[in-house]
Design a protein around this ligand. Structure first.
Ligand code: SF4
Ligand code: SF4
Ligand SMILES: [Zn+2]
Length: 649
């Protein structure tokens, strides 16, 4: 369920529809009737999936609420295709046609429907609401994108409709989609999105899952053959122990099924981060018990049999670091990487081969997965990714074809099974969590609100999901600006200086990085800090985000107004950069305005008035301005003291 606001095409994803059997096909040929299906146009990346029971209920509610008609969905196979957007956005495919797009409006905290012409054609004979009957004369000339003239509307008046709603236009033998828009004078108009002939009808036959598997059997056999071939080929050249990484999700289940076909007594590794859904933990344990598989449950808290300790240490870290964010994932290190590396080193000292379920369609980061890779954090572990090219629908059909049951959370409309508070989740998923797991949701919301309050951030920063980023994407910045939401986190005034840091390679991104929080007195605004950091390298300051990015020849750092620091560089370079960034921040806050630095700088690059200002054009990053600077001296001493306390190695 990861969000991707840009479109990416990791591979060619095609979907077909067998007109004869009325079934979706993953490749052109139907295994039941042998005919060639017609191509279903879908937008990239094309990770088509089955719509769950929960998803079906959601669509039913939306069609009922918007058009007073939803029976047509009953008993029909619905496919969803995730497309680019700031939050959930899925193309809804029914009987081989894209009938609508369901999306989550973070400002209204609810799902909405954008109708497509096939959907309008389907609804035009049945809708009881939001249907506008128009004169046939509307069809003269080009009408797509035009405003619907009032005298061409037979009923009802646009003023009786709600702003933003998608309405069905009924125009004789044609149907179209219109969007209601409010004008400056308060009146409403309808903009015509598109029009089509009213020829899309649902077939009498309602396809079942079993039929869909049969229609795709040779395709599934082909996928399996390739994947098993890859695994066998690698294992024939290795003597290392083999295991499967099982998260309780569908992808790792598919690779577990494949792994067992090669090695019946394969071992299963499950990292219990302490933040798993209770259903997932139960599912993994029960699945392995019933399948007689040896399960290694690797816990973030070491040996405890319960989740409370790992959970506890996570929340203690939230006090130090703030909530994890998509671009500030300290939790991957504390709750995943740490426990996993220690387990692998102990259990498989000579190394191991791990079969994983990672897929290229999941996210940009995963679009370059190779068949065989060396784990960058545990070089003795080799990972195989036999289903890397599979799409979600292929994974699910493969699981059902093998008569296995996936995690029950999928039926509840959870698309990805991971930590329940993962910042990579969509806001629609947090809204769903509120209903499905209210206790977990309120527990996390309490922590988020306390953190927001300490950072002078308003409730909408939490309720609309802004907390999930440190540096917000343009669309989120736009929403914040439109709704006058201040995105700048201002840390609590603190006299005590402290540094907390987590370091290592992140399992969610491959580079070595340090995530730290520096608590320091706030004697000068962050803008001054941002300016002074250009002593270290090329600086880009985003005032609205309270963030500054510093690029140096040996690494990259981002410092935030609330004290967070993120460093990406080689291991020793990252430590050096953390030292220099921390010392510069402290120096700015402790500057006595003695102006010794101005004398020492032979480039004339530094001036000191209220605070330090660096002329980026002139500064050559030589560091001479720190010589004789009492604040720089103090800062260096403090950093050494903090390092000894364990914040630095
Ligand atoms: S020498 Fe140091 S303390 Fe003095 S003005 Fe410059 S930065 Fe501030
Ligand atoms: S002495 Fe001048 S040129 Fe050198 S780092 Fe300081 S401000 Fe930049
Ligand atoms: Zn067929």
């Amino acid at each position: 369920m990861r969000e991707f606001s840009r479109t990416f095409s990791p591979g060619t994803s095609e979907l077909f529809w067998c007109e004869k059997c009325m079934l979706p096909l993953l490749s052109a040929n139907c295994s039941i009737c042998n005919s060639i299906g017609s191509r279903v146009p879908i937008s990239p990346p094309g990770d088509v999936r089955l719509c769950s029971r929960g998803g079906r209920e959601l669509l039913r509610e939306l069609f009922e609420e918007n058009y007073g008609y939803a029976h047509f969905l009953d008993g029909r196979m619905i496919l969803l295709n995730k497309i680019a957007g700031i939050d959930r956005r899925d193309q809804v495919i029914l009987d081989g046609s894209h009938i609508a797009t369901v999306w989550f409006d973070i400002t209204a905290s609810c799902h909405k429907l954008d109708l497509e012409t096939a959907g309008a054609s389907l609804l035009s004979g049945h809708a009881k609401k939001n249907i506008v009957v128009c004169h046939d004369s509307l069809l003269k000339g080009h009408i797509k994108g035009k405003w619907l003239a009032r005298d061409l509307i037979i009923s009802p008046s646009a003023d009786d409709l709600n702003e933003g709603e998608n309405v069905v236009l009924k125009i004789g033998k044609f149907a179209g989609v219109g969007v209601v828009r409010q004008r400056a004078d308060g009146s409403k108009s309808i903009r015509i999105k598109d029009v089509t002939q009213r020829d899309f009808q649902l077939g009498d036959h309602k396809s079942t899952l079993q039929e869909t598997i049969l229609a795709n059997e040779s395709h599934l056999k082909g996928l399996e053959k390739t994947a098993l071939g890859e695994i066998k080929d690698y294992l024939s050249r290795s003597r290392l122990p083999v295991n499967v990484s099982f998260s309780g999700g569908k992808d790792s289940l598919a690779s577990l099924i494949l792994g067992r076909k090669v090695l019946t007594r394969i071992e299963v590794l499950f990292i219990n981060t302490g933040l798993e859904f209770p259903e997932t933990v139960e599912y993994v344990r029960e699945f392995c018990r019933s399948q007689k598989l040896r399960l290694h449950e690797i816990k973030a808290d070491g040996n405890s049999s319960e989740n409370s300790l790992a959970e506890g240490s996570f929340f203690a870290n939230v006090q130090n670091f703030g909530p994890p964010a998509k671009d500030f994932r300290w939790c991957c290190k504390t709750n995943k990487l740490g426990p996993m590396t220690s387990f692998l080193e102990q259990q498989y000292p000579k190394g191991c081969v791990t079969i994983e379920g990672r897929r290229i369609y999941e996210s940009f980061n995963r679009s370059t997965i190779k068949a065989v890779e060396r784990n960058p954090y545990v070089p003795t572990q080799t990972t195989l990714a036999p289903i890397r090219n599979w799409r979600a629908l292929e994974v699910m059909l493969y699981i059902y074809w093998n008569k296995m049951e996936p995690n029950p959370l999928y039926e509840e409309d959870f698309e990805r099974i991971g930590c329940w508070l993962c910042p990579a989740s969509l806001q629609s998923e947090f809204a769903h969590l509120k209903k499905s797991h209210p206790k977990l949701h309120s527990q996390w919301t309490r922590h988020l609100r306390a953190w927001a309050e300490a950072n002078h951030l308003e409730d909408r920063y939490i309720d609309w999901g802004f907390w999930r980023w440190k540096r917000h994407p343009p669309k989120m910045i736009e929403i914040a600006a439109d709704n006058k939401i201040d995105l700048q986190a201002r840390g609590r005034e603190s006299k005590e200086i402290a540094l907390h840091a987590v370091r290592g390679r992140s399992p969610c991104g491959l580079e070595y990085s340090i995530e730290a929080t520096l608590t320091a007195p706030q004697n000068h605004p962050f803008q001054g800090v941002a300016g002074a950091l250009s002593m270290l390298g090329q600086v880009k300051y985003a005032e609205d985000l309270g963030a500054v990015v510093i690029k140096t020849d040996y690494g990259r750092a981002t410092a935030f107004a609330n004290g967070h620091i993120m460093i990406t560089a080689g291991k020793s370079e990252a430590e050096e950069l953390l030292r220099r960034v921390s010392e510069t921040i402290l120096r700015v806050q402790m500057c006595t305005r003695c102006r010794i630095c101005m004398k020492n700088c032979d480039q004339g690059a530094i001036t000191v008035n209220d605070t330090i200002t660096i002329d980026e054009e002139r500064c050559n990053h030589c560091g001479k301005c720190a010589e004789g600077c009492i604040a720089a001296d103090q800062a260096a001493k403090i950093f050494r003291r903090l390092s000894k306390k364990g914040a630095a190695p």
